[in-house]
Design a protein around this ligand. Structure first.
Ligand code: NAI
Length: 330
């Protein structure tokens, strides 16, 4: 027989992870979380399965599953929501706040991995390692009269200009790597720590757009940034320059980008993110020339996911101690 106090003191709270697969497809242990709560993990959960799986949960842990105001009626025990990501726009934070349910997110776990991916794109776009490898393996070098060959211009990064849009954690890290390559860095950002980056020239967005050889986007998706990379934006760029988007798919107008790639005004587009994920088969970027696409994996390095697990553990511990941290719906 438990009284309420005994329940709280002696029983672990019930926590349900509704979509745990992408954080942990099996190469990391959930043990640190199981030590804190009575844990059930589902790899994926469709909208019509949320209530059945979550109705007894004290804590819901979600990555992309949406928790709406309507659902809360049927989640009577819910006391805390923890995300498995930085973004939380799929959660109705106001409705959760009205019910006194804090939401904790995972800030800044993937900065290095995303910055690294930016340069994976830049290097592939101009050094074309995988393109030349395919060429060599198909026999082109074997048939060559010279000791080497190339069929497109090759460039050095040294002396080229990288334009960064959004100078938060990732934009700042990208600027440091660019500087190590000898690149000049221009940046437009409405906020962000500008001190301590003597090699970065902070300027207006039009100067960044018109003066850069490469533009890397590191702003959040907001009404201001949705569709930012469109025909008008690309028309202001130097002809034959490149855009890298590891931010969010809808920051780009994909039809305009595909057209610019087809007519050569844009030399290349490297993106980790698309407007719909997974993409629809008629997404114009899937067939656009000089378009590199990875399936939203910039964050997914093993070390990054381990770090995420550590922050999730801290978030749950802090909630259980009565002092939640990383709360985004204060
Ligand atoms: P952050 O919050 O540290 O920095 C965002 C920066 O964007 C801030 O400096 C802010 O002033 C700036 N910004 C806001 N509105 C802007 C606007 N209208 N124009 C230009 N800049 C604007 O975020 P962090 O950690 O650097 O991440 C950046 C973005 O990267 C995230 O919002 C997310 O969308 C994306 N991301 C993608 C990942 C992936 O796996 N592909 C993983 C992690 C983040």
């Amino acid at each position: 027989m438990y009284n309420n106090f005994g329940d709280i003191m002696n029983k672990k709270l019930k926590a349900v992870i509704l979509d745990g697969y992408t954080e942990n497809p099996g190469d990391i242990s959930w043990e640190t979380i199981e030590n804190l709560v009575d844990l059930t993990v589902y790899p994926r959960t469709s909208p019509d399965e949320i209530i059945e799986r979550g109705k007894d949960a004290d804590i819901l842990i979600v990555n992309k599953v949406a928790i709406t105001r309507e659902l809360l009626e049927d989640l009577p025990n819910l006391k805390f929501v923890a995300t498995l990501a930085t973004g939380y726009n799929q959660l109705d934070c106001d409705a959760l706040k009205e019910r006194g349910i804090p939401v904790s997110n995972i800030p800044a776990y993937s900065t290095n991995a995303v910055a690294q991916m930016v340069f994976a794109y830049i290097l592939e776009l101009i050094n074309k390692v995988s393109e030349y490898t395919a060429d060599v393996k198909s026999g082109t070098w074997t048939k060559c009269k010279d000791f080497c060959y190339w069929n497109s211009p090759l460039y050095e990064l040294d002396g080229k200009t990288l334009g960064i849009i959004g100078f938060g954690k990732i934009g700042a890290r990208v600027s440091q790597i660019a500087t190590a390559f000898g690149m000049k860095v221009l940046c437009y950002t409405p906020s962000g720590k500008k001190e301590g980056f003597p090699n970065v020239e902070f300027t207006d967005i039009n100067t960044v757009i018109s003066s850069s050889d490469f533009i890397s986007v590191h702003c959040p998706l907001t009404p201001d940034t949705a569709g930012l990379i469109n025909k008008e934006f690309i028309d202001k760029m130097k002809k034959g320059s490149y855009i890298i988007n590891t931010a969010r798919g809808p920051v780009a107008n994909e039809k305009d980008v595909a057209e610019a790639l087809s007519n050569g005004s844009l030399a290349g587009y490297g993106t980790d993110v698309l407007s719909t994920e997974p993409p629809k088969s008629d997404n114009p970027l899937l067939t656009a020339p000089n378009c590199l696409i990875t399936p939203h994996i910039a964050w997914a390095a093993y070390e990054t996911r381990l770090r995420l697990m550590g922050i999730l553990e801290e978030n749950i511990k802090a909630y259980l101690d009565g002092t939640p941290i990383n709360v985004v719906n204060n």
